[in-house]
Design a binder for this molecule. Structure first.
Ligand code: FAD
Length: 492
């Protein structure tokens, strides 16, 4: 059978592509090398416990948003827990609870000693306006640039909103904070640094301002805990794609891609051969030479993209099973700790801790919880000549334990089981070269708006996922999938 598209990889980018194409009646197959979907946003079982491998706090779950819309339309049986607070951040004597009511955060800042209240109110008002314009685009990926002539009427009434972006495009958040008189207000800096590190993958000082503004809305855009782990959502979406007619092939690694003279593709997997008009690779571009062989000539655009990706990160992980402290909330919750806010938020100095709920006894026995804890590892350090990667990773993981013990001794002192993961794990399990996760740091510059997720390595060989789309989240990866599926549909 000639498929309209074969998707390689069941990360959220690949799943979204396959589901969107299948919903619209295309003949689509999806091949995933692992026996379960979700990639960096999956749930795995080890030693009888179920852990979230990377992503834990998922956005876009409101009914009007991408995941929420799919859950409703396809009657996907995932259970969501709308935690409040969503997250507690602790650093240098500052504790911030991120509640569902967005005004609450501003009020917390304003109530801090010596807070520049009117500057804060002005900054948050502008943030909201800029973020709203960007999210209106991300919510409707077909509207993203480049804009086709036929789409122009739909954009005209939004032009005043777009004009509001202009003072911020290509500027760093550090420069914007200066302009608003907030550069020296440490609690906001710390909050923004932590937020930017986990979303746009760099400090607030250097982050592209409009993307950082959009990231500031992340917690308020349908963010929730998926009961049972985020893998339940990945599986539910994959099942929906299958019900729409997609051919889902798990435990099926794609080994080779050959472009035939008629511009169709032959896809060799460990189970056989498929044919397709389009291939959608939910992959890091660094794996393409191995799939395409010596005839592949990497486009300059992709070479530049890889240079930016190389400035990014891998992750070190601790997966813990902990006897729940007596006063622990029964809900799933997220804690973020920064040991020293004056140092980069990497290498265990900054950890993101996600704790399963008491009700998830399929993940850990009653009275126990699973914890997924992550920190950023710079790829530059991992790749530097002379780095002893095993020793470096072990040191970082010890720092993560120390940061946890300092911030949450009640959890650190009751560990009954521990697993670790490293750059090598991400390289081996989800096929990311050097363990690169989370995409390129979105530092200030116009390059952030080139292509906006419409990237072809060769004609009809598309890339989706966090390597090619800004936002570094399961939602952003999925938006990129919808965007590419829409482009493919238009070409049919
Ligand atoms: C530690 C960590 C914490 C994070 N926290 C959050 C969070 O809280 N919230 C959030 O939204 N995001 C979070 N993220 C980011 C989010 O997980 C990713 O941006 C997103 O999941 C990436 O999805 P993707 O589709 O781009 O790629 P991936 O998830 O990497 O998916 C690619 C898939 O392709 C498969 N594959 C690879 N090679 C082949 C092949 N040859 N043949 C077949 N299949 C193949 C892989 O097995 C994988 O399943 C986190 C990421 C990390 C690493």
């Amino acid at each position: 059978m000639m498929f309209d598209a074969v998707v390689i990889g069941a990360g959220f980018g690949g799943i979204a592509t396959a589901l969107t194409l299948a919903e619209r009646g295309a003949k689509v197959a999806l091949c995933e090398t692992l026996s379960y979907p979700g990639g960096c946003a999956s749930t795995f079982t080890r030693d009888g416990y179920r852990f979230e491998s990377g992503a834990t706090l998922i956005s876009g779950l409101d009914e009007a948003q991408l995941f929420g819309g799919w859950i409703k339309r396809h009657n996907i049986g995932v259970q969501l827990q709308w935690m409040d607070p969503l997250l507690t951040l602790q650093a240098a004597g500052v504790t911030l609870d991120i509640h569902r009511r967005r005004e609450d955060l501003l009020e917390q800042f304003c109530a801090l000693p010596n807070a520049p209240v009117s500057e804060l109110r002005h900054f948050f008002a502008v943030q909201r306006r800029v973020a709203r314009v960007l999210w209106q685009l991300f919510d409707h990926p077909a509207r993203l640039p480049p804009v086709k002539l036929a789409q122009l009427p739909g954009h005209l009434w939004r032009l005043p909103g777009y004009a509001g972006l202009l003072p911020y495009i290509g500027r760093s958040m550090g420069a914007i904070l200066q302009r608003f008189g907030l550069a020296d207000f440490a609690p906001l800096r710390i909050y923004l640094d932590a937020l930017c590190q986990i979303t746009v993958q760099c400090s607030a000082e250097v982050a592209e301002a409009p993307l950082a503004f959009a990231a500031m809305d992340y917690y308020y855009r349908g963010s929730a805990h998926v009961v049972g782990g985020v893998g339940q959502l990945a599986q539910g979406l994959l099942d929906a794609a299958q019900r729409c007619g997609a051919d889902i092939q798990l435990s099926t690694r794609v080994k080779q891609l050959v472009r035939r003279p008629d511009n169709t593709w032959q896809i060799t997997t460990r189970r056989g051969t498929l044919e397709a008009k389009h291939v959608v690779a939910n992959l890091h571009p660094g794996v393409l030479p191995a799939l395409l062989g010596p005839s592949y000539r990497e486009p300059t655009r992709l070479t530049r993209m890889q240079q930016r990706l190389a400035q990014g990160y891998s992750a070190a992980m601790l997966y813990l099973v902990v006897r729940a402290p007596d006063d622990a909330s029964a809900d799933a919750h997220h804690l973020e700790f920064i040991a020293d806010p004056n140092k980069p938020l990497i290498d265990g100095n900054h950890i993101f801790v996600s704790i399963s709920s008491a009700a998830e006894t399929d993940r850990a026995p009653a009275g126990h919880r699973t914890l997924t804890i992550s920190t950023h590892l710079p790829l530059a350090t991992l790749q530097a000549a002379g780095t002893d990667i095993a020793a470096y990773t072990a040191t970082v993981q010890q720092t993560m334990r120390d940061t946890l013990r300092a911030g949450a001794p009640q959890w650190a002192n009751n560990i009954v089981h521990e697993l670790t993961a490293s750059a090598r794990t991400f390289g081996r399990f989800v096929g990311r070269p050097g363990g690169a996760v989370g995409g390129a740091p979105r530092t200030a510059g116009l390059h952030n708006y080139q292509n906006m997720g419409l990237v072809q390595a060769e004609p009809r060989l598309w890339l989706v996922g966090d390597s090619v789309f800004p936002g570094q989240s399961a939602l952003a990866a999925a938006i990129s999938g919808v965007r590419v599926a829409t482009a493919i549909e238009r070409l049919q």
